[in-house]
Design a binder for this molecule. Structure first.
Ligand SMILES: Nc1ncnc2c1ncn2[C@@H]1O[C@H](COP(=O)(O)OP(=O)(O)OP(=O)(O)O)[C@@H](O)[C@H]1O
Ligand SMILES: [Mg+2]
Length: 262
């Protein structure tokens, strides 16, 4: 019985969740120095009409900031899951994914949860979860077309190299119900049949080429961070960062520290 209670806590994380767990289901807040990038918001508005969007770029490229900003302004219902090291455990990962989906479709994980908990039945759990999400697709009368929902999964690179996780994710992502669109954020290409998904028109990609700050965006970010930065320093810092968001931030902090010195 004690085991069952412990399992229930893991299975119904959204109902008996710690605040740490709940915080993983919220998109991070935009920082004070946030610079709105309309071209990328528009790009995402379009990309998320595909079943799967991957946002792949190195650390500090601005992936999380962009998706958090997009999620804050889109009218499309959006669920969010930030992964961490604890999600390298398949049961934990699927509990998190289910909890994120349940913020949009309460009860959708009721039948799959016991399977995610039991060793060796992750793939069965995914099959049942897909069935139950699909049932929501058709509605009681079998006629309703649900409006789209976007699920954003951040920091996938932390878990994507685990074999069972990669397999079950691929199984899930290749059989999504038509209303569910997924955005995966990672520092590396996810282990998915990318060519096949691309060829079928099911995949959209946002990479560093798009994410890198163009001159105007870099200047706006630097002058927001250090309003007193002289124009030549703005240009030099922007050049050095080569469009890398974290580089701009670090450059601005260095200038601010230098200005603060007596
Ligand atoms: N549009 C923006 N406006 C202002 N600052 C930004 C913007 N985009 C990114 N940054 C800043 O750049 C830094 C890196 O951004 P972010 O954390 O989004 O990168 P990331 O690609 O998600 O990195 P990681 O792979 O480490 O998670 C952060 O300090 C963030 O505040
Ligand atoms: Mg990030």
């Amino acid at each position: 019985m004690a085991d069952d209670d412990a399992s229930a806590t893991r299975l119904r994380p959204q109902r008996r969740a710690s605040s740490l767990f709940k915080s993983k289901l919220r998109a991070p807040a935009r920082p004070d120095h946030y610079v709105r990038r309309i071209r990328l918001i528009a790009l995402l508005d379009d990309a998320v009409t595909a079943p799967l969007t991957v946002v792949v770029a190195p650390a500090g490229a601005g992936k999380t900031s962009l998706l958090a900003a997009w999620a804050a302004e889109t009218t499309t219902p959006t669920a969010w899951l930030s992964l961490d090291e604890s999600d390298r455990d398949g049961a934990q990962l699927w509990a998190g994914l289910t909890a994120a989906l349940e913020t949009m479709r309460p009860g959708c994980g009721d039948r799959s949860a016991p399977l995610f908990r039991r060793p060796g039945t992750l793939a069965d759990g995914v099959r049942v979860l897909l069935d139950d999400l699909d049932a929501g697709d058709a509605g009681a009368a079998g006629e309703r077309d649900d409006p789209p929902v976007v699920l954003v999964v951040d920091d996938l690179h932390l878990v994507q190299d685990d074999g069972p996780i990669a397999e079950t994710l691929a199984q899930f992502l290749q059989h999504l119900p038509s209303w569910l669109h997924v955005v995966l954020i990672s520092r590396r290409d996810p282990p998915l049949p990318m060519d096949r998904l691309r060829a079928r028109g099911q995949l959209r990609e946002v990479r560093f080429a798009e994410l890198r700050f163009v001159a105007d965006e870099a200047e706006r970010m630097l002058s927001t961070l250090v309003p007193t930065m002289p124009g030549d320093q703005v240009a030099a810092t922007s050049r050095r960062a080569r469009g890398w968001a974290a580089g701009l931030r670090l450059g601005a902090l260095a200038v601010r520290a230098a200005q603060a010195r007596p």
